[in-house]
Design a protein around this ligand. Structure first.
Ligand SMILES: Nc1ncnc2c1ncn2[C@@H]1O[C@H](COP(=O)(O)OP(=O)(O)O)[C@@H](O)[C@H]1O
Ligand SMILES: [Mg+2]
Length: 157
């Protein structure tokens, strides 16, 4: 799925400078892209506009040629995996429940998401029998991050 930024700028209310200034670029499916720059240069703000936590002040973002502002926000966000620096896992849910959040929202049948959970746990090298029913607080930081990664892939076919 191609993501395209077309002259995207964002000025926060009351700010004198643009947080993101006239960004244009295209990222094709399968590309691995690193956004690099000093603290405060606008990296997080740029990414937050992709799932519409912020709306650009000007310019547009396209997913597969559809302007994301035309898309329903929940549908857009379900297509986006997002692994944040701190663990973004739900602390009151087990590893399996965390991974299954989006598949459940998408109404996958139970057998399908159960086998997906095991498949992903193997992929992130957490043996399912041992880790499926643990809570995030019972994992190391790195293991939590890997579950976050599994969570972000969970809905992929
Ligand atoms: N919610 C906000 N309201 C106002 N200003 C913000 C907000 N979020 C970020 N900024 C400002 O926008 C600029 C870019 O921030 P950010 O995108 O978080 O930078 P980084 O590249 O470190 O991720 C910074 O000057 C920051 O202070
Ligand atoms: Mg940042």
């Amino acid at each position: 799925m191609t993501i395209r930024f077309d002259r995207v700028s964002l000025t926060f209310p009351g700010a004198t400078r643009r947080a993101v200034d006239d960004c244009s670029c295209e990222i094709a499916a399968g590309d691995l892209v690193v956004i690099l720059g000093p603290s405060g240069c606008g990296k997080t703000t740029l990414l937050k506009m992709v799932n519409r936590l912020y709306e650009p002040t000007s310019g547009s973002i396209y997913l597969h040629e559809t302007a994301i502002r035309e898309m329903e926000v929940t549908k857009l966000r379900r297509k986006i995996g997002y692994v944040i620096q701190q663990s973004g896992l739900f602390p009151h849910m087990t590893v399996a429940q965390n991974i299954a959040v989006v598949p459940k929202l998408l109404d996958w049948p139970r057998t399908k998401y159960q086998s997906r959970i095991d498949e992903l746990l193997k992929l992130i090298e957490l043996p399912p029998e041992e880790y499926r029913n643990r809570y995030p607080g019972q994992l190391s930081g790195g293991q939590q991050q890997r579950v976050g990664l599994g969570q972000s892939f969970s809905w992929r076919p």
